[in-house]
Design a protein around this ligand. Structure first.
Ligand code: AMP
Ligand code: TRP
Length: 332
């Protein structure tokens, strides 16, 4: 693990919020799986990020295991990738504090995700929610990650991470690797089925908003059947018709067929056909994951053992970077 063997390192995190959905899968997880042979791959389950909004402690702990199970079931291979719990590696939080002291308030105030999440409750949400991007920057910079594969919603956080690494490098000389975002061309922004103008989100709990990765076939069919469309009948990729467009993008991402091919396939068919076919594509696309998830959950202790091993592997890397930054800054 200390030896990269010339391979680039990728890092990406996922929050253990308990209802991972097809947006997470299509925008992030499946790309992690596809690239793990090529890159050294580190995937923290970011529990410290999860507590930026109120969480039931028992549920949080259960959701951490559920998320780990989903990632392994999706094809994250413990031989090739390292999955671990963020809070098991204390250097993340320590580096986040130091980074905090080099992030201008103005940069943080521009973060649109905070504005969206806080909304009208701005005075009541936690300071942690505001500071969330500093911890995310620490997750990335502490491993000298080269590439960060994420969905489109993380673009701005990644830009800030790059700006911050450059700022620290210009203040103290070369200290941190400036990472690149890797955002997929298809599926980087899956929208809510009930409201295709807002992104599919774990915090949106409305029935029919998201297709969760562990949803049963009947739940998937019912959600897609109720998905918002429009009064036109033409089945075409067209961003000005977000409902139909979103269904087609999901179809495209699961089947990996070209847009021309998909439009030709649905030519002359109706929305009911599109929804029926899409349901089967999603059900089949998730079936292997769901089967493996059930297998993994039958083995008590497996996940905890793997997560502990993961944290033990990455801790020395994180500690080294923290030490390097502390030295440069003049701490201790
Ligand atoms: P989160 O669940 O917020 O921790 O997100 C985990 C990963 O899924 C991140 O890389 C996100 O950018 C990605 N992601 C979250 N929601 C979506 C979405 N609706 N479409 C595509 N990617 C998403
Ligand atoms: N903020 C990311 C999200 O909500 C999760 C995350 C935390 C992350 N740390 C990260 C993603 C580091 C990439 C790299 O989706």
């Amino acid at each position: 693990m200390n030896e990269r063997n010339g391979r680039k390192r990728i890092l990406s995190g996922i929050q253990p919020t308990g209802n991972a959905h097809i947006g997470n899968y299509l925008g992030a997880i499946r790309h992690w799986v596809a690239s793990q042979g090529e890159y050294e791959s580190l995937f923290p389950i970011v529990d410290l990020h999860a507590i930026t909004v109120p969480k039931d402690p028992k549920q949080l702990r259960a959701h951490i295991r559920e998320t780990a199970g989903i990632l392994y079931a999706a094809g994250i291979d413990p031989e090739q990738s390292t999955l671990f719990i963020q809070s098991h590696v204390s250097a993340h939080a320590e580096l986040a504090w130091i980074l905090n002291c080099f992030i201008p308030m103005g940069w943080m105030e521009r973060m649109t995700q905070f504005k969206d999440k806080a909304g009208a409750a701005r005075e009541r949400v936690s300071v942690g929610l505001f500071d969330y991007p500093a911890l995310m920057a620490a997750d990335i910079l502490i491993y000298d990650a080269d590439l960060v594969p994420v969905g489109d919603d993380q673009r701005q956080h990644l830009e800030m991470t790059r700006d911050l690494a450059q700022r620290i490098n210009s203040m103290f000389g070369k200290t941190l690797v400036v990472p690149e975002a890797s955002i997929p061309p298809v599926g980087a922004r899956i929208m809510g089925l009930d409201d295709p103008t807002s992104k599919m989100s774990k915090s949106e709990t409305g029935q029919g908003h998201a297709i969760d990765l562990l949803d049963s076939p009947d739940e998937i069919r019912a959600k897609i059947r109720r998905a918002a469309t429009d009064s036109s009948r033409v089945i075409e990729f067209d961003e000005s018709r977000p409902g139909v467009n979103n269904l087609l993008v999901i179809y495209e991402a699961f089947t990996e067929r070209t847009r021309e091919d998909i439009e030709a396939h649905f030519d002359g068919k109706g929305y009911a056909d599109l929804k029926r076919e899409l349901s089967e594509v999603v059900i089949e696309g998730l079936r292997p994951l769901q089967e493996r998830y059930r297998e993994i959950r039958k083995e008590p202790g497996y996940l905890d053992a793997m997560l502990k091993e993961g944290a033990d592997k990455v801790r020395p890397i994180a500690d080294r970077t923290l030490r390097r930054v502390m030295d440069k800054v003049g701490l201790g």
